[in-house]
Design a protein around this ligand. Structure first.
Ligand code: PRP
Ligand code: URA
Length: 208
C-alpha cells in the first residue's frame, strides 16, 4: 500500500508560512519555493537507485556510489510544477526532465491534458512526478495514467500542499505511488481550492 509522507521540518514550516501569505510577491514566492524544494529533495531522492563504484581520495582508494545506468526522470505537471522541478533539477542535474501539460477547467474542475513530452526509455527510469498542488487529484491521476501508459513502473509523487480529498482520490487510482508532501491541509472549498492552501500556485509563481 502506498505511503503518504508529510514532511515535518521546522524550516519547511517557516518557508510554507511565507508561501501561504497573500502578501508574498511572485519574485519572493519563486525564491522560497526553490528553498522548500531543496529541503524536500533529500526525501524526494531517498529511493534513487545507485551502483557501487570506487573513488580515489587524495589519500587512498575507497568505496563510492554513482547513479544507476538509467538515470532518474523528473516529470513536471505544467505549469506550476516547473517551479519545484527546476529546484530539484539543481540538486540532481543528471536527471532527465519530462513535461505533462494539465489544466483544470474553471467550471467543472476536471483536468484536461494538453501537452506531453517525455524522455527516451522512460519505462526504464525511476520517475519523480512533481506538482505543487494536489486538490481533487484529477491532474495527478491523469499524469500518472499517462506515465503508466508508457510503461513506467516506479513513480514517486512530490507535492507542496495536499488536500485529504486529493490523496484519497489519487491512491484509489494509483495505490502503488508514494506521495511526499510539505503540507497536508484541511479540505477543499466549493471551487475545489485547497483550504487554507496558498491560492493558485501557477498564478502565484508567474504573476498571472
Ligand atoms: C493546478 C495545480 C495542479 C492542479 C491541482 O494547476 O498546479 O496541477 O491545479 O488540482 P487538481 O488536483 O484538482 O487537479 P492548474 O490546472 O491551475 O494549471 P496551471 O498549473 O497551469 O496554473
Ligand atoms: N490548484 C491550485 O493551484 N491551488 C489550489 O488550491 C487548487 C488547485
Amino acid at each position: 500500500m502506498a505511503k503518504v509522507t508529510v514532511l515535518d521540518h521546522p524550516l519547511i514550516n517557516v518557508k510554507m508560512t511565507i508561501l501561504r501569505d497573500v502578501a508574498t510577491p511572485p519574485q519572493q514566492f519563486r525564491q522560497v519555493l526553490h528553498e522548500v524544494a531543496g529541503l524536500m529533495s533529500a526525501d524526494a531522492f531517498l529511493h534513487i537507485k545507485t551502483q557501487a563504484c570506487r573513488v580515489t581520495t587524495p589519500l587512498e582508494e575507497t568505496d563510492g556510489a554513482m547513479l544507476a545506468e538509467h538515470q532518474p526522470c523528473l516529470v513536471s505537471i505544467l505549469r506550476a510544477g516547473n517551479g519545484l522541478t527546476d529546484a530539484l533539477l539543481n540538486i540532481m542535474p543528471e536527471a532527465a526532465v519530462g513535461h505533462l501539460g494539465m489544466e483544470r477547467d474553471a467550471e467543472t474542475h476536471q483536468a484536461r491534458a494538453y501537452y506531453e513530452k517525455l524522455p527516451q526509455k522512460i519505462d526504464k527510469r525511476q520517475v519523480i512526478l512533481v506538482d505543487p498542488m494536489l486538490a481533487t487529484g484529477g491532474s495527478a491521476i491523469m499524469a500518472a495514467d499517462q506515465l503508466k501508459s508508457h510503461g513506467v513502473t516506479d513513480i514517486t509523487f512530490i507535492v507542496l500542499v495536499a488536500a485529504p480529498e486529493g490523496i484519497a482520490a489519487f491512491h484509489a487510482k494509483h495505490p502503488d505511488i508514494d506521495i511526499i508532501t510539505a503540507a497536508l491541509d484541511r479540505e477543499l472549498n466549493e471551487d475545489c481550492y485547497i483550504l487554507p492552501g496558498l491560492g493558485d500556485a501557477g498564478d502565484r509563481i508567474y504573476d498571472t
